[in-house]
Write a protein of this length. Structure first.
Length: 433
């Protein structure tokens, strides 16, 4: 039964912009003013007699019941926020001021719609979180899961797929795809490529049925949002909604804003990775440079000491490399260095390191070797690989190399000692020839 309120007072309460509720001890609504329709979408007549908890988002019901119990135990409350489902299906955030009237056996609550305020707070928090993620991420592989987690705090997400554009060709790749439990989430790349290109070209998000990107997906929807950094296309985000939900206009607005921050974060991570690579890898051959070589050899030696193992270091250069530069030019010399590096890599295991120290000088780190024979076998393999001529600038070139070998701990316990021994043995090898 609705609580009777004197008409003049009722008229004044109906003028309030906040909703006023009187809720009985059984949790049912006894009275609500006219503001309820603006905030919740329901008229007072549709609400009176209903259980208030039934309007609360299922995820927020446990904490709401705990809060109601504290209020009914005599603890007035100001500033409690929870979420409700509007009559049209979207979520509203409500801030409550409430107290319990023991005499009337009623909970008196004033509800203020703070959805817009929460929306602005979410935008600010997301901007900060994405910026922090870009700063902290080592590379894109660590950035993408963090972005996934940030987006999942803003809107319901059953899965996320990220598409990225190559700068020159603008070809799309799909480096990340995970569902909400972290398991791989696949899409039909041909379909995804077409829809991503459409949203990137239009600069507008697009909501699609689930089978538009994954033919076996069944019910549900995808939201595809372009990633644009200033004016440059970076890629697209593909968000999979839960089977029984769609993304609202407010969700799309929020994600449109966040996508701009994500695009900037991805571009920053790319630039950071490029700078890091330039500092650690040789630009010509793509091999680790001197700095990264020293990191790798120090790490390998530390592991070897812990395991009482052995490490071999091969020091080598290209015999008469200067003659190639002098006769065919430096472009040909550069091409020979690149091809020489590729052949070296094919002669060792993936766990081993091939590095270029500069000029035509290269080193190979072999971990977990049993003795000199293992290192000699790799050196023989390198010599054998060079028996095939190099096709350089229209010329068929035969390249030879001199190789010096040093072993840890036999020839030294640190990188400098090993390099010195290997370098000396390389020149001894040259002298024999």
């Amino acid at each position: 039964m609705a609580t009777r309120v004197h008409n003049p007072l009722l008229n004044c309460i109906d003028l309030l912009l906040d909703a006023v509720f009187l809720i009985g001890a059984d949790g049912c609504i006894r009275y609500v003013n006219a503001a309820s329709e603006r905030i919740f979408g329901y008229t007072p007549g549709e609400l009176i007699g209903r259980r208030m908890i039934d309007l609360v988002l299922p995820e927020d019901r446990p904490m709401t019941l705990e809060e109601a119990a504290r209020i009914m135990a005599g603890q007035p409350r100001v500033g409690f926020v929870n979420r409700y489902l509007h009559k049209d299906g979207h979520t509203v955030h409500i801030m409550w001021s409430a107290r319990w009237s023991e005499a009337d056996q009623l909970r008196i609550g004033v509800a203020r719609d703070v959805t817009e305020q929460k929306h602005l707070e979410d935008l600010q928090a997301a901007t900060y979180a994405v910026s922090e993620a870009a700063h902290d991420a080592v590379d894109l592989d660590t950035l993408f899961p963090t972005i996934h987690a940030i987006i999942a705090r803003l809107v319901p997400v059953a899965g996320l797929v990220v598409a990225t554009c190559e700068r020159e060709s603008e070809a799309l790749h799909f480096p990340y795809g995970r569902d909400e439990s972290g398991q791989p989430l696949a899409v039909d790349e041909q379909l995804a490529h077409r829809h991503c290109q459409d949203v990137i070209a239009s600069r507008r998000g697009l909501q699609l049925p689930a089978d538009a990107l994954a033919p076996e997906a069944g019910a549900g929807f995808w939201l595809v949002v372009p990633l644009i950094d200033q004016t440059d296309p970076i890629g697209a985000l593909m968000l999979k909604a839960h089977a029984d939900t769609r993304y609202s206009d407010k969700d799309r607005e929020l994600l449109g804003f966040v996508s701009a921050q994500v695009a900037t974060a991805i571009e920053r991570s790319r630039l950071k990775a490029e700078l890091l690579r330039a500092a650690r890898y040789d630009e010509l051959t793509g091999l680790p440079n001197r700095r990264l070589f020293h990191d790798r050899i120090d790490t390998a030696l530390a592991r070897s000491r812990r395991k009482n193992g052995r490490v071999a270091l091969l020091y080598l250069d290209i015999d008469d490399f200067k003659g190639v530069n002098d006769t065919l030019g430096h472009d040909a010399g550069d091409e020979l260095l690149r091809e020489f590096a590729r052949r070296l890599e094919r002669c060792v295991r993936k766990a081993d390191t091939v590095a270029r120290l500069g000029g035509d000088e290269f080193v190979v780190i072999l971990e977990d070797v049993h003795g000199p024979d293992d290192a000699t076998a790799v050196a023989d393999k390198i010599h054998h690989s060079l028996q095939q001529p190099f096709d350089i600038a229209g010329h068929s070139l035969h390249a030879r190399t001199s190789i010096g070998i040093a072993l840890h701990p036999d020839d030294g316990d640190d990188a400098d000692g090993l390099i010195r021994h290997a370098d000396q043995r390389m020149y001894q090898y040259k002298a024999r020839d």
